[in-house]
Design a protein. Structure first.
Lengths: 58, 386
């Protein structure tokens, strides 16, 4: 788990979640082409990170 | 008894909706049964008892369709992330389950302070994440990694909530053949400020004391709304936006505070993304509705609340798709004959040429919101109308 030399902000924690612990939900399409799949997976994780913050707000 | 909604009718219902939206005369005026939590009282399903069982949570909501005919519905399950509140335990959750277990109570969460507009304007996303969320959820202010663990649980609950929407749309299709008309939802910039930041008293004060800051904040939030709700939109999308603030605005206030950021979002959705928006025009939109004519034909579906839908049909019916017309008060308290008469008069004006779906002018939420025999009489008139 990432270590901080300060109390992390929620923005930092959401970024950490996206990079370290996020498992994409089953309802998202699975892309099985290696390089494209990696790029799309990264975008999906970023979108899910933002969706979490938005769901918590709204 | 067999269901009145059959899976085999799904394609025909979809065509009916598509024709109506595109101003092609459909074979029958589509009926949108506009129910939300009311279904739980009809099916005697206590929300608290089924919260963690998505199948029961969905069926309690949609099993009204066994008895009540509909060509489409807005959604098929609880539209509030109650499990998220269970995990994060906010001091003041956005929603509470009512004592009877059949509906939700909405609570205002005005967590933004009056002097924080500069932070919101500087970076809306960062301000929401670092300032507003910890205020809403004190667990996020606990020392690391305690707050991080809470966030991980929140992620699972949020994804459950989103996947529940997908599940319910599929369930509606396979069990009853009823399409969910929307495939996404969002809020307009000024409604973000009203609903989730400043509250009613706050924004009303800000329209006098912080005019320029409020306008700038809405403009910045428009970019946030576009990124958050419209990034993946396309020409197949129909996205639901309830418009909360306009009923409380004068035409001058609407033009200054609501319209610029609203226009930015709607233009992006309908022109750049070619998506359609289902706008809940809450209250009486008569003073502002002219502005909706600026957007492409067939791109806006407008649910009419208190405005005169027949008047809207005459003025805007060639361009907008109108939804509503069944007066909830008459359906609840009137006689069967009054309901039949109301429906016939509605159809005579609104049915020709497509661009119309029949629905109650209010969403059904609580037990007692409707007299179901009266509603079914309206449905019979619509289905036999030629």
């Amino acid at each position: 788990m990432k270590q901080y030399d300060h109390e992390p902000t929620i923005e930092e924690l959401l970024d950490q979640l996206e990079k370290e612990d996020m498992v994409l939900p089953d309802f998202l399409p699975k892309i099985r082409i290696p390089i494209i799949g990696k790029i799309i997976e990264k975008k999906m994780k970023s979108a899910m990170r933002d969706a979490l913050a938005n769901t918590m707000l709204t | 008894m067999a269901s009145v909604n059959l899976p085999s009718d799904y394609a025909a219902k979809q065509k009916r909706l598509k024709d109506a939206i595109n101003h092609i005369q459909p074979d029958q005026v589509p009926i949108l049964f506009l129910t939300s939590t009311w279904g739980y009282s009809y099916t005697k399903t206590n929300i608290s008892e089924v919260l963690y069982d998505q199948e029961k949570l969905t069926d309690g909501y949609i099993d009204v369709l066994k008895d009540i005919y509909s060509d489409a519905v807005i959604g098929g399950t609880l539209n509030a992330p109650m499990k998220l509140y269970d995990v994060l335990k906010p001091e003041r959750p956005q929603y509470l389950i009512s004592d009877d277990g059949y509906s939700l109570q909405h609570m205002e969460c005005a967590v933004m302070k009056e002097d924080e507009y500069p932070q919101l304007i500087d970076n809306p996303k960062r301000f929401i994440e670092n300032v507003l969320l910890p205020r809403r959820y004190p667990v996020l202010t606990r020392p690391y990694p305690e707050n991080y663990e809470a966030l991980k649980k929140a992620y699972t609950a949020a994804m459950d909530f989103i996947s529940g929407m997908q599940y319910s749309a599929e369930r509606l299709k396979t069990k009853y053949g009823v399409p969910a008309i929307i495939n996404g939802a969002g809020f307009m910039p000024a409604d973000y400020v009203l609903d989730f930041m400043r509250g009613f008293r706050g924004i009303t004060r800000d329209m006098r004391k912080h005019q320029d800051e409020l306008v700038d904040a809405c403009d910045r939030l428009a970019d946030y709304v576009i990124a958050q709700h419209l990034a993946t939109a396309n020409k197949e999308s129909i996205l639901f936006f309830p418009l909360h603030l306009p009923p409380f605005l004068s035409p001058q206030q609407f033009e200054k505070f609501y319209w610029p950021s609203f226009k930015k979002v709607v233009e992006y959705a309908t022109v750049k993304k070619q998506a359609k928006l289902l706008l809940a025009l809450e209250g009486d939109w008569t003073p502002y509705a002219d502005c909706l004519m600026e957007f492409p034909k067939n791109s806006l579906l407008c649910h009419i609340d208190r405005a005169d839908i027949k008047d809207f049909k005459r003025k805007y019916g060639d361009k907008l798709t109108l939804i509503g017309g069944l007066d909830s008060v008459i359906v609840r308290d009137g006689t069967k004959e009054e309901c039949i008469e109301m429906t016939k008069k509605l159809l005579d004006v609104c049915a020709p040429g497509g661009g119309f779906m029949a629905a109650t002018n209010n969403v059904l939420i609580c037990p007692g919101d409707i007299n179901i025999e009266n509603y079914m009489a309206c449905v019979d008139v619509i289905r036999s109308y030629k």
